[in-house]
Design a binder for this molecule. Structure first.
Ligand SMILES: [Fe+2]
Length: 355
């Protein structure tokens, strides 16, 4: 069976396109008492970008903190706050920020129309009611959150996304100007998330011509950005992120993502840096990708944190391994059917002990 997959229906791309946001939201504004909520990474509090948000009527800027990876409990809190503040369901949720902020905005838009806790929906296709209209405006590129059908959340029991067709954004606004001023480390780690998506997709057993077409273009753009210092690198990275996301949408990620989820579940490591830390130990699985990744790190003077797991208990390491090994499709894509014989619990633990 081939998957019949949905993509984001409305995309606007170009330098300065953020200025068209007010116009785009006009058709959503049918009732003056119904607000639009702008979910904004709190690093932009008081910054120029915040002042450019086209607030009208009862709209709200909802500042969110992404120092930690988004948790299901945090989503529940935000949804309760909105329900207590407004007697009506908002007309739109607009996420402005990096991958975590975009994921929060997706989850909030889903949980405004679906009962219970966000934790109840971690998994595949568990959402039954369409979300509130939601749009994303990335200020950091690489995660592919703008194009993916998931919102990755850490719950009480697992780190797993709410994967559904309703999770997908209704509109994305790709304005490369918004990437200016991103701290170098963050820029690098998020960009490498994209590079790793491409490597995992292009070397995976699930690869098909659809995924290859997007993955090859994305990795070419990553090389121009991270090895060639292309003058239009922000534009290129924004498209690399989108194409990388499209590539994995019809294939899957692999070993690096599986292991990074375990790391992040126990240590709270952010996705981008977590993928970089993990990828650096996977030369046996991705020899060419890891070699090129190291050239990119050298070029940009990036040093990764080490010895993260040195003080962990056997139980914590075991939890990490359980989270990682639970991601069957990722391992199947990476190593094929029968992956369990190659990626034993002992091998996973050994990899974690080295990190
Ligand atoms: Fe990723």
């Amino acid at each position: 069976m081939y998957r019949n997959f949905k993509i984001v229906p409305n995309i606007i791309f170009g330098r300065g396109c953020f200025n068209q946001l007010d116009g785009i939201l006009q058709e959503r504004r049918t009732d003056p008492d119904t607000p639009i909520i702008f979910v904004l990474d709190d690093v932009f509090k008081g910054k120029t970008l915040e002042g450019r948000i086209p607030l009208r009527g009862k709209d709200m800027i909802l500042h969110v903190n992404v120092d930690d990876e988004p948790k299901t409990s945090y989503i529940d809190e935000l949804v309760t706050l909105l329900k207590e503040t407004y007697p009506v369901t908002p007309a739109g949720i607009i996420g402005i920020g990096g991958g975590s902020t975009m994921d929060i905005a997706k989850a909030v838009s889903l949980m405004l129309t679906n009962p219970g806790s966000a934790a109840d929906y971690q998994g595949w296709d568990l959402i039954h009611n369409p979300a509130v209209y939601h749009a994303a405006i990335p200020t950091l590129s690489g995660t592919g959150a703008e194009i993916s059908r998931t919102t990755v959340l850490t719950g009480p029991e697992k780190k797993l996304g709410i994967n559904s067709d309703y999770t997908l954004y209704d509109q994305i606004m790709l304005d490369p100007e918004l990437l200016a001023g991103v701290p170098k480390d963050q820029w690098f780690y998020s960009g490498m998330d994209c590079y790793i998506h491409d490597v995992e997709s292009l070397t995976g057993t699930f690869l098909n011509e659809f995924s290859r077409a997007y993955g090859e273009k994305s990795i070419e753009l990553c090389r121009q950005v991270f090895l060639e210092d292309h003058p239009e690198r922000d534009d290129k990275l924004m498209m690399a992120s989108y194409f990388g996301g499209m590539s994995i949408a019809y294939s899957q990620v692999g070993a690096c993502h599986a292991l990074s989820y375990g790391l992040s579940f126990v240590l709270g490591t952010h996705h981008g840096i977590g993928c970089c830390i993990t990828f650096d130990y996977l030369e046996e699985i991705y020899p060419q990708g890891v070699a090129e990744f190291r050239r990119m790190m050298d070029k940009h003077g990036i040093t990764l944190p080490r010895n993260l797991t040195a003080n962990l208990s056997a139980e914590e390491l075991d939890t990490m391994a359980t989270v990682a090994l639970g991601l069957t499709p990722l391992w199947e894509n990476c190593l094929g059917k029968g992956w369990e014989e190659q990626m034993t619990r002992e091998r996973v633990l050994e990899l974690y002990r080295r990190m």
